[in-house]
Ligand binder design. Structure first.
Ligand SMILES: NC(=O)C1=CN([C@@H]2O[C@H](COP(=O)(O)OP(=O)(O)OC[C@H]3O[C@@H](n4cnc5c(N)ncnc54)[C@H](OP(=O)(O)O)[C@@H]3O)[C@@H](O)[C@H]2O)C=CC1
Ligand SMILES: CC(C)(CO)C(=O)C(=O)O
Length: 308
């Protein structure tokens, strides 16, 4: 199967490596010149659970020309439209396009470039971290839930789940993936933004009484807005999931902390808390916590990165 990984940062490298090792023709796509050069010259360096070098092709998105069987989207959310624009040549009438980005609202963006029957939405709890250009750190295990957006795509969606599982990525075909996407967005909406603002680890946020109050208010806003969008969300179940995740990830700085505080990079806030604020406005639902947190993250982007 010819698979392009559209956005080959940390997660793209993980998925690309595992699918390549399972015997697929995998091509990584990315715009970061130093990363492309490092992988071309030295291969993809992997550390963590295993130490190895994997020789895997990589190119700039606009250099990809052959129509793919599968494209896996793994950009940061704000890079998604540019990536989809750049890879139009590889998206043929039967190319399946799988989105595993964190956050909300990506299906509307993808629908502008891909027929709905070929769009597969998903969510993953695999993790990965770039150590530098051409070097990815991969540890522990994970899983993926995916579902075709349109019932006509269901057989293809199940085939793709099978391809991912053969690469040990533990994919299941989920008959209702949208609540799982919201649940993960809620984990990110409580932990990522607050830890980036407070410059703390997840365990430190949850050990603070006021921190915990903010977490519960955010969960409530996600649930009420999600329900207004027609997504079946249960506040108690989501709260349990967030609390459990906060325990298993207590010693971690979330990825938004790594992006903004550690590396001074723009964040996905508009697709997490910012998305809930936007959708809340459409339904006349007040979302004061998500509104303020989104503004504070943008202000911190201004302070640390400079005026956009
Ligand atoms: N990392 C994780 O553990 C998880 C991430 N996700 C989600 O997956 C998606 C992709 O995330 P992830 O793989 O972590 O993203 P990364 O930050 O590792 O990479 C995303 C893109 O950013 C650019 N980039 C990254 N680092 C640099 C750098 N130092 N200098 C210049 N450019 C750089 C590259 O794109 P370009 O050069 O084109 O700008 C790259 O394709 C996101 O939606 C994320 O929320 C989901 C689950 C877990
Ligand atoms: C660690 C975790 C689960 C918490 O937000 C995460 O998803 C991230 O860092 O992006």
């Amino acid at each position: 199967m010819l698979i392009y990984i559209a956005g080959s940062g940390a997660m793209g490298c993980r998925f690309g490596k595992q699918l390549h090792e399972a015997g697929n023709d995998v091509i990584l796509l990315d715009k970061w010149e130093d990363h492309i050069q490092a992988i071309r010259e030295n291969g993809l360096k992997v550390s963590g659970d295993e130490e190895k070098v994997v020789n895997i092709p990589i190119m700039r998105p606009e250099e990809a020309k052959e129509q793919a069987d599968l494209v896996i989207l793994f950009t940061k959310a704000m890079q998604l439209p540019d990536m989809l624009e750049a890879i139009q040549d590889v998206i043929g009438p039967d190319t399946q396009v799988l989105c595993l980005l964190n956050g909300l609202g990506h299906q509307e963006v993808i629908s502008k470039y891909v027929p709905e029957k070929n769009i597969i939405m998903g969510v993953t709890v695999w993790t990965a971290q770039l150590q530098g250009p051409g070097h990815v750190y991969l540890a522990s295990t994970g899983s993926i839930n995916i579902q075709s957006l349109n019932p006509d795509g269901q057989d293809k969606g199940k085939e793709i789940a099978d391809v991912l599982s053969k690469a040990n990525l533990n994919a299941i075909y989920d008959e209702d993936v949208i609540p799982s996407i919201w649940r993960k967005a809620c984990v990110n909406g409580t932990m990522n933004s607050n830890c980036a603002l407070l410059d703390c680890k997840i365990g430190e946020l949850f050990a603070s009484e006021d921190g915990l109050t903010i977490v519960h208010e955010i969960i409530h806003e996600f649930v009420v807005v999600g329900q207004a969008e027609g997504v079946a969300l249960n506040e108690e179940e989501i709260t349990d999931y967030v609390m459990q995740t906060s325990k298993s990830a207590a010693h971690h700085y979330p990825s938004m902390h790594q992006d903004l505080v550690q590396n001074n990079r723009y964040t996905e806030i508009d697709f997490i808390n910012g998305a809930v604020s936007r959708l809340g406005r459409n339904h006349d639902i007040a979302t004061p916590y998500c509104d303020l947190i989104t503004q504070l993250i943008h202000a911190k982007e201004d302070v640390l990165i400079g005026k956009k």
